[in-house]
Design a protein around this ligand. Structure first.
Ligand code: HEM
Length: 477
């Protein structure tokens, strides 16, 4: 199927098509950002429950337990999935030199993804959920989630497969690995514990799923984006290709072994728990090589962190990634677990990684790409700067606040204080969390307003000859 906008390239006899489907990229980024707003609204509501001020607890469908699931699931299947898809639809054609092979299919998949997000909200609020953490998507909806994920991966995979045996840049290593890992992760997490493996073994698989959804779906796409955008923004190659490959293989080797660290001190056999602890600490060493690589790439140009906003988002997210992994290698110790398990420490950690790392990288993508999609500069640079500072300050306050709250709660429980006493002591921390959430939300309103004011017609993408999907051995443009 040839995209509708095709014209003919007389010299080659091939139709010319835009290299990047700008409308598709724009739709995905915008939809992802709107889902983020919805998710944050749900998060703010739930945070009020902790203060005993939940405004609509008399309406069953808006009960806090359900709204919490909406908050966490929209972050993953609304915000991250959409924005990562938009980013990949920009990056993959540029790196392979090939436009998407089935653009109409990609647009259909976009609408399916939004249908899935809407159905997810409706079903979770309706009280239909699966008893798998992060896999709460109702069983009836799981096939649709899998379908849109597979649809996305087929679209980028078709370009990647067609470049044949040509050496590929590390970004495509990450992206192609993500296509395989995600499918396996999703099927494993949503079907094995539900239908085949019960008890502690099911718990071990669920832990693997929670961890791999972040580590083998979001992380490879996120690092792939870093390797693409940072050298581009700095206008210089990555410092060491060898170090980038160590990062890739380290992720591939150590990440899948860590899942059980979500259930330390549980009935899962101790050898599996020890294995998870060791590989969690090991990955910190791998992460260090990646961070060194990026800082060496920046050498001599640190001033750009002040002047180049997308670059600042990428590097802030990367430093927070290092902090997350460092925190992970501490909190995974069995002695530390005795204190922080089940406390707000973990919630702080979750916000740091999901928002402070992947969310921040995706903001870097949005800030960099939006003017290239609309053909208009940002309406206000200052609003984008406000967005950066409000998001960063709000996140750091929320993270530190929950970290301290977690330690306090853990010691209260260890000292056998009455549970109510730990709740009373937590209320000020939860109040700070709500305020920090409001600050983050104010930041997103700045970006939303700026996006609205900077809207415009689509920019023009570079045109390339279209090569038939079936053309075996076809050379990319
Ligand atoms: C307006 C800002 C936000 C507020 C007020 C907020 C609030 C909350 C609350 C109250 C919970 C439930 C905690 C619990 O059950 O103990 C939660 C969980 C969670 N939130 Fe947020 N949130 C916000 C933004 C975000 C963002 C932007 C992300 C990711 C991009 C995110 C990711 C998560 C995750 C992953 C969890 C699950 C944590 C866990 O189970 O350990 N939140 N949030």
């Amino acid at each position: 199927m040839i995209p509708p906008a095709a014209v003919t390239a007389p010299e080659a006899g091939l139709p010319l098509v835009p290299l990047v489907d700008l409308q598709l990229v724009r739709r995905h980024l915008l939809a992802g950002f709107l889902w983020l707003l919805a998710s944050m609204f749900a998060g703010l509501l739930v945070s009020l429950q902790f203060l005993g001020r939940y405004p609509i607890d008399f309406v069953e469908i808006f009960s806090p337990g359900r709204v919490r699931m909406v908050h966490t699931n929209l972050v993953a299947f609304g915000f991250l999935l959409n924005c990562l898809a938009g980013m990949a639809y920009w990056v993959v054609p540029r790196l392979t030199g090939l436009p998407l092979q089935w653009p109409r299919f990609a647009h259909c998949n976009f609408w399916l993804m939004q249908l899935m997000g809407t159905a997810l909200v409706v079903m979770l609020l309706g009280g239909h959920a699966q008893a798998v953490e992060w896999g709460e998507t109702p069983v009836a909806l799981d096939p649709l989630v899998a379908l849109v994920a597979v649809g996305f991966f087929i679209n980028i995979g078709a370009c990647m497969l067609k470049i044949g045996r040509r050496p590929v840049y590390v970004t495509l290593w990450y992206f192609s690995a993500a296509t395989i890992w995600t499918a396996l992760t999703y099927l494993m997490g949503n079907y094995l514990p539900q239908f085949f493996v019960a008890g502690a073994a099911g718990g071990a698989i669920a832990g693997l799923y929670i961890h791999d959804l972040v580590g083998l779906f979001v992380t490879p796409l996120g690092w792939g984006a870093m390797y693409y955008f940072v050298p581009l923004l700095l206008n210089r190659p990555i410092y060491s290709h060898a170090l980038s490959l160590i990062g890739f293989w380290g992720l591939a080797f150590f990440y899948p072994l860590q899942g059980v660290h979500h259930f330390l001190w549980s009935p899962i056999p101790m050898y599996a728990q020890y294995g998870a602890v060791v590989s969690t600490i090991a990955i910190e060493i791998v992460v260090a090589t990646v961070i060194v690589n990026f800082f060496l790439t920046l050498r001599g140009q640190t001033d750009q962190l002040r002047t180049n906003l997308p670059l600042r988002w990428f590097y802030t997210g990367m430093v927070l990634y290092f902090v997350t992994c460092l925190q992970c290698s501490i909190q995974v110790l069995l002695s530390v677990q005795k204190i922080i398990h089940f406390t707000d420490w973990v919630v702080g950690h979750a916000h740091l990684v999901m928002f402070g790392v992947f969310g921040f990288w995706l903001f870097g993508v949005i800030i960099h790409l939006w003017p290239r999609l609309t053909g208009k500069p940002w309406w206000s640079h200052q609003l984008n700067v406000w967005h950066y500072w409000l998001s960063t300050a709000g996140l750091l306050v929320m993270f530190l606040d929950l970290l301290v709250a977690g330690v306090m709660q853990g010691f209260e429980w260890r000292n056998m204080a009455p549970f109510e006493s730990s709740i009373i002591a937590s209320v000020p921390f939860w109040a700070v969390r709500t305020v920090a959430g409001l600050v983050i939300a104010a930041g997103q309103i700045c970006l939303a307003w700026n996006i609205w004011k900077s809207r415009g017609a689509l920019a023009r993408a570079p045109m390339v000859p279209f090569v038939e999907p079936a053309g075996a051995g076809a050379k990319p443009a």
